[in-house]
Design a protein around this ligand. Structure first.
Ligand SMILES: [Zn+2]
Length: 281
């Protein structure tokens, strides 16, 4: 164990054909025609978590929960937390507030029915709460959410509020706790290291060093995230996607599972819950 701090382990439960990298090629109306792999991949992650004795928070897409309620029940029965990852997995800043409200309410209702729990945590598709879509926080509060984990404090083409606080904090004008996606500081620069494509691109030794730096030097827990399709090297390939999308989606899929196991060995983890441990942001 690198440090005694308990970090946050989060999984965004979605299928390989629902991601933003392929959104121009695959409309939600055609999702049914793709062979789903989310149940087998999430079950694999649940088995790994059981083997390492760790609990996490699973943000589930409402469309997926509606079709696979048994998966949501399995996550709950194995002792994990359920959060909301929208109904239709579209970027928030491309929606009107009314469309966002309907999408989020629909997902929250389905997740509450399938899990038997109050759903109070939210993560935006593609971390799409940016300065253009801060109104989404008003709606999350209105719908009864208690916390959010959607703001990525970096510069990126799809997401990010570069000057947002880097650690968990109460949002200034909302009754919500924000758990930002973690970054590590190197020479004053914020480097995204805590999951997804970054975890696949950087060699494991670097991810470990950077995440340990957050625990040791800043005395803060980090928030790690992964998607079920990231441990599935055999998923069908979307061959018509451009090189950037293909790189972001397919790079190092075959090494993610072993890296995840190393991570679970090297750090302590727990879920984000509705009883937040607040740190000074
Ligand atoms: Zn997602």
């Amino acid at each position: 164990m690198t440090d005694s701090l308990v970090n946050y382990l989060t999984i965004d439960v979605e299928d390989y054909f629902q991601v933003a990298a392929f959104e121009k090629l695959i409309q939600p109306s055609t999702w049914e025609s793709y062979p789903s792999r989310v149940v087998q991949n999430t079950t694999k992650i649940l088995d790994i978590f059981d083997a390492y004795g760790v609990k996490g928070t699973f943000f589930v897409v409402g469309w997926t929960a509606e079709r696979f309620p048994g998966l949501v029940q399995d996550i709950v029965e194995r002792g994990h937390e359920i959060g909301c990852h929208s109904y239709q997995h579209q970027k928030i800043y491309n929606q009107t507030p009314e469309v966002f409200r309907q999408d989020t309410k629909r997902a929250k209702d389905i997740l509450e029915q399938t899990s038997g729990r109050a759903i109070v945590g939210y993560r935006a598709p593609t971390y799409s709460i940016t300065k253009k879509s801060l109104w989404a926080l008003d709606i999350l509060e209105e719908l009864g959410f208690k916390w959010d984990s959607s703001i990525f404090p970096i510069v990126h083409d799809n997401y990010g509020i570069p000057d947002a606080p880097r650690f968990a904090h109460k949002l200034p004008i909302h009754n919500l706790i924000e758990y930002p996606i973690s970054t590590a500081l190197f020479f004053g620069r914020k480097i995204p290291v805590a999951g997804g494509g970054y975890f696949r691109i950087f060699p494991y030794w670097f991810s470990k060093l950077a995440l340990a730096k957050i625990n040791k030097e800043e005395k803060q827990p980090f928030i790690f995230y992964l998607h079920p399709w990231e441990i599935d090297p055999d998923q069908p390939r979307i061959v018509s996607a451009g090189w950037k999308s293909r790189f972001r989606h397919y790079y190092n899929l075959n090494t993610t599972e072993i890296r995840l196991k190393n991570l679970l060995q090297d750090f302590r983890f727990g879920p984000i819950t509705d009883i937040p441990v607040l740190t000074s942001a």
